[in-house]
Ligand binder design. Structure first.
Ligand SMILES: *[C@@H]1O[C@H](CO)[C@@H](O)[C@H](O)[C@H]1NC(C)=O
Ligand SMILES: *[C@@H]1O[C@H](CO)[C@@H](O)[C@H](O)[C@H]1NC(C)=O
Ligand SMILES: *[C@@H]1O[C@H](CO)[C@@H](O)[C@H](O)[C@H]1NC(C)=O
Ligand SMILES: *[C@@H]1O[C@H](CO)[C@@H](O)[C@H](O)[C@H]1NC(C)=O
Ligand SMILES: *[C@@H]1O[C@H](CO)[C@@H](O)[C@H](O)[C@H]1NC(C)=O
Ligand SMILES: *[C@@H]1O[C@H](CO)[C@@H](O)[C@H](O)[C@H]1NC(C)=O
Ligand SMILES: *[C@@H]1O[C@H](CO)[C@@H](O)[C@H](O)[C@H]1NC(C)=O
Ligand SMILES: *[C@@H]1O[C@H](CO)[C@@H](O)[C@H](O)[C@H]1NC(C)=O
Ligand SMILES: *[C@@H]1O[C@H](CO)[C@@H](O)[C@H](O)[C@H]1NC(C)=O
Length: 829
């Protein structure tokens, strides 16, 4: 089969008439290129050797080729016949007369000699026989051979999800398996992006810390048995350890870069900065020794926020603190409104348990509050805020206000200090209504939790639910324990609703004054298994929307692909598993729409999700299972955390975000807020005595021209210092054709304004992995004939970069990669 790379799935059709019309209006039509296609396919038996006895690990049982005629087990003809039969059978379902045998599979070639000895004999005797021609090959040789046949190929523009290898074996469990590892990979990918930028600003060091080991760890974690969660526990631990070590080195680099950048406006390198910054990787469990400090002795806490996005950013920062009368000031000394939220028991419990588990220490008393304040950070830059205890001269209105929790029992609750309001009903304390007074969206919305019990594999069908496979044996709603009331924290910046859903699910819902979505932070675990069954925990958002079985999920965070329940675009489907057979991977988000509105749900890590009922979206948040599913892990997916020899199931904490828009207006939030989720503000802390920081440090910084920011439809994927001092730059257009009425257009990026302090000498466009020039690639790229030429549409693409103007154009979903050499560097004054 032939299909497009995922960023090119959508196409624009520009016929001659519109082309001429555009010319008349003097619009320079950007190069329209034929949809790029790549060659792909599915083999009859995964990547296994063909059926008929072709496994040659030394302990395999396939008959070896015995070609000594003096021996009684001489079998050359027999084995040649087996080989030819396997070839003919595969050729029967394969276009052209070239087929590929994948001679090996997982765990093979531990003793390669035994394989190659047999393959040598097969090639020799099969070619002597002459019915088929056999040779050692590679995927590129095979692809070239297919290409030279001039065959036309069918075009496939979606993917192969969800995949099942048997009637009840849908490989949709791994979309969620090991959600904490998935979260860690995502968190560090975003951190890596920011750390590379900071490395670029101060120049790559040949002796100091670099981001290389984080890059390596993240690369290894992309393996199909790493981030997928389909490895043994000790292997998962090894991946996490590598990630942590990479993080630790990158963190040293980040602290050094920030110190350099704050001590001097010059970005031309720095020797040994004196300023010490610290970071708090365990802010997620309310642990931050740097912010939990006594500020009463004229010290103030310096909070630096780095924004790795190419746009200015407004956000709300939350840090744990111990004192109550606090004043927050910005880098110009102006008081910033702030809000204190008490740290509730559920947070202190997870805090003390996991600090012990992660660090082996018992922390001092827990901080009493979260301090929240709004921040505004320039693109590709930082700004600084100062947190101190109030002095007598500070007016009461400048101090942070503490809003005590209210426990609501049997009354309707409405939260939201801004445009978005959430309503909770009186009897069950359940979310019931969502409104946005700007967009005039009013919608009935409910949230519920449930779990699937994992099949144990002992029934008549031996397939168990496991790390790969989602094989439920029943689904059970989780009733909110109505005895436990809602705890509501309201204030000027944000409102929070705390819900103990059941003894092992806790949720905090936040609505911010300045944001038009609701944020849900969930804690699931330890999932109980004392009843002898594994459980897979899901969350549903239910509306009255008429969605006609249809919803949309992202492909690797890029295109959204249309999904229709119980249906596949390419073949007649028989769904054996109504839930498992309709689950899809959710990396960025999922949305559904009806005639008037669209509801989007964005995630902070990859999870499985579905729309099993019209008007409803579901995410699977966590899974704990007691049986192996027989796909190679040979272990139950039973993640546990031990503290002092006490072991309990892993608790997973994460976030998802919900917003409802008028139909056709959801893409802007999904794309721009999606970038904010991936690249949270990087927070670093320092301390100052007195108030001299501003006199000796740079308070705000942007690496770009101060008047510039990237267009709303473009993201900076990579800004990295290469070893020879040049820069690697990747820019991505965030929208698909027709996705948004304003932003699905050609975008222009001004490189001179991204690098205001540097003179660009030479710019070379390369392929995505930056190891081949684009011009070379275009010469070599194979062009495939498409069966139905109607489907070979044209897509708009940016033109070549004029070296004097240095403007990069990007068409919808286009990613462009450049290696940039600088002539010299201007010093920033
Ligand atoms: C080829 O495929 C057809 C149809 O599926 C089948 O009837 C036939 O037995 C196959 N032949 C071989 C040699 O596998
Ligand atoms: C929170 O924890 C404290 C100390 O452990 C306890 O006294 C208090 O009752 C708890 N509050 C709630 C609401 O559970
Ligand atoms: C399915 O669940 C029922 C209990 O609801 C249990 O009796 C049965 O053994 C389970 N079957 C499998 C194969 O897990
Ligand atoms: C299923 O069978 C396996 C192997 O016989 C056994 O170890 C396991 O305890 C059984 N599980 C259940 C839930 O019956
Ligand atoms: C529902 O979707 C089907 C395709 O899955 C389509 O044929 C039908 O027209 C849709 N109905 C409505 C009311 O949109
Ligand atoms: C949605 O709009 C289509 C076309 O305008 C119409 O046929 C359909 O009945 C509408 N569906 C609902 C639920 O209003
Ligand atoms: C799951 O983990 C718990 C806690 O470590 C352990 O007691 C239990 O035996 C494990 N069960 C399986 C099937 O691995
Ligand atoms: C908290 O964040 C760390 C990474 O800094 C991660 O490893 C851990 O899983 C997170 N903890 C929870 C409970 O989510
Ligand atoms: C870029 O080109 C190099 C050299 O041909 C190749 O090895 C690499 O796979 C290409 N990268 C991508 C992403 O296509």
């Amino acid at each position: 089969m032939l299909f497009t790379s995922s960023e090119l799935i959508t196409k624009i059709v520009i016929n001659e008439k519109t082309q001429n019309a555009l010319k008349l209006y003097g619009v320079v039509l950007k190069p329209l290129v034929l949809l790029l296609t790549i060659f792909t396919g599915i083999f009859p038996k995964n990547y296994e050797p063909p059926p008929g006895g072709f496994y040659f690990e030394i302990n395999d049982v396939s008959p070896v080729v015995q070609d000594d005629p003096l021996l009684f087990d001489y079998n050359v003809e027999e084995r040649v016949n087996d080989f030819v039969a396997a070839a003919v059978s595969q050729a029967n379902i394969t276009r052209t007369n070239h087929i590929m045998f994948t001679m090996g599979t997982d765990f093979k070639y531990q003793y390669a000699e035994s394989w190659f000895r047999q393959l040598d004999k097969f090639i020799h005797y099969v070619n002597k026989d002459g019915r088929v021609n056999a040779l050692y090959s590679t995927p590129s040789i095979y692809t070239d051979a297919k290409h030279t046949t001039s065959e036309s190929w069918p075009l496939k523009t979606d993917d192969f999800f969800p995949y099942a290898d048997q009637a009840n074996a849908y490989w949709t469990g791994y979309f969620t398996s090991r959600p904490a590892l998935k979260g860690y990979v995502r968190l560090l990918s975003g951190y890596y992006l920011a750390a590379r930028q900071l490395e670029f600003f101060i120049g790559r060091s040949s002796v100091g810390p670099t981001t290389d080991s984080l890059a390596d760890a993240l690369a290894v974690a992309q393996h199909h048995d790493a981030v997928t969660g389909t490895e043994k526990q000790h292997v998962a631990d090894d991946y996490a350890k590598r990630l942590y070590r990479g993080y630790a080195e990158a963190e040293s680099l980040v602290k050094l870069s920030l110190a350099c950048l704050t001590e001097s406006a010059s970005i031309s390198g720095c020797d040994s900065p004196k300023t010490k910054f610290e970071q708090c990787p365990l802010l997620n469990i309310s642990y931050c020794p740097q912010s939990e400090v006594d500020l009463s002795h004229a010290k103030s806490l310096v909070v630096l926020l780095y924004n790795s996005l190419g746009w200015k950013r407004e956000d709300v920062i939350r840090i744990p603190v111990i004192s109550e009368s606090i004043v927050v000031r910005d880098s110009e000394g102006r008081v910033v409104e702030s809000q204190l939220l008490p740290l509730l028991n559920a947070s202190t419990t997870i805090r003390s348990h996991y600090i012990k588990a992660y660090l082996g220490i018992s922390p001092s008393a827990a901080p009493k509050f979260w301090l929240a304040f709004p921040v505004s950070v320039p693109p590709l830059g930082f700004t600084t805020y100062f947190v101190s205890t109030a002095k007598q001269t500070d007016s009461a209105s400048s101090m942070s206000t503490l809003y005590s929790p209210q426990v609501t029992e049997k009354s309707t609750t409405k939260i939201g200090p801004g445009l978005v309001k959430l309503l909770y009903n009186a009897d069950e304390g359940r979310l019931s209504f969502y409104s946005n007074s700007r967009s005039k969206v009013n919608a009935v919305v409910e949230q519920s939790f449930s779990y699937y019990t994992g099949q144990d594999g002992n029934g008549s069908d031996p397939q168990a639910s496991g790390a790969y496979i989602f094989r439920p044996n029943g689904t059970y709603p989780i009733k909110s324990d109505t005895q436990v009331p809602l705890t509501v924290l309201q204030g000027p910046i944000l409102d929070e609703v705390h819900q103990q859903i059941n003894p092992w699910i806790y949720q905090i819902t936040r609505v911010f004054k300045a944001k038009e979505h609701a944020e849900f932070e969930f804690r699931v675990g330890p999932i109980p298994t004392d009843d002898g069954t594994g459980k897979e925990v899901a969350m549903q958002i239910t509306t009255a929307m008429m969605t006609n079985k249809t919803f949309y999920t992202d492909s690797n965070g890029r295109d959204f692909i249309k999904r229709i329940r119980d249906s596949r675009s390419d073949w007649e489907l028989q769904v054996h598993q109504p839930a498992a057979g309709n689950y899809y991977p959710i990396n960025l988000g999922v949305y559904m729409e009806d005639n008037s509105t669209e509801l989007s749900l964005l995630v902070d890590r990859s999870v499985g999700g579905a729309s099993l009922v019209d008007g409803q979206l579901e995410l699977m948040l966590h899974r704990r299972l007691l049986h192996d599913d027989g796909r190679g892990v040979a272990e139950a997916l039973n993640e546990t955390v031990c503290v002092d020899d006490e072991c309990a199931g892993l608790t997973v904490q994460g976030k998802f975000y919900v917003r409802i828009d008028p139909k056709g207006e959801g893409a802007k939030w999904r794309r721009s807020f999606g970038q904010e989720i991936y690249s949270p503000l990087l927070i670093a802390f320092s301390e100052q005595d007195g108030e001299n920081w501003i006199n000796s440090h740079v308070g705000t910084f942007t690496a770009m021209d101060p008047s510039y920011s990237l267009p709303d439809n473009v993201a900076l994927l990579t800004l990295q210092a290469l070893e020879d001092g040049s820069a690697l730059l990747r820019l991505a257009h965030l929208y698909e054709t027709r996705e948004d009425k304003d932003l699905s257009t050609m975008a222009n990026v001004e490189l001179k304004k991204i690098f205001p302090d540097k003179k660009i000498g030479k710019i070379t466009e390369t392929n995505l992995s930056a190891n081949q020039e684009r011009a070379e690639m275009e010469k070599k790229r194979l062009k495939w004939k498409v069966e139905d030429s109607q489907s070979a549409e044209m897509v708009a693409r940016g033109g070549p970069v004029d070296p004097s103007k240095l403007i990069v154009e990007l068409g919808p979903m286009e990613i462009r990669t450049f290696v940039i050499k600088f002539d010299y560097i201007f010093l920033r004054v």
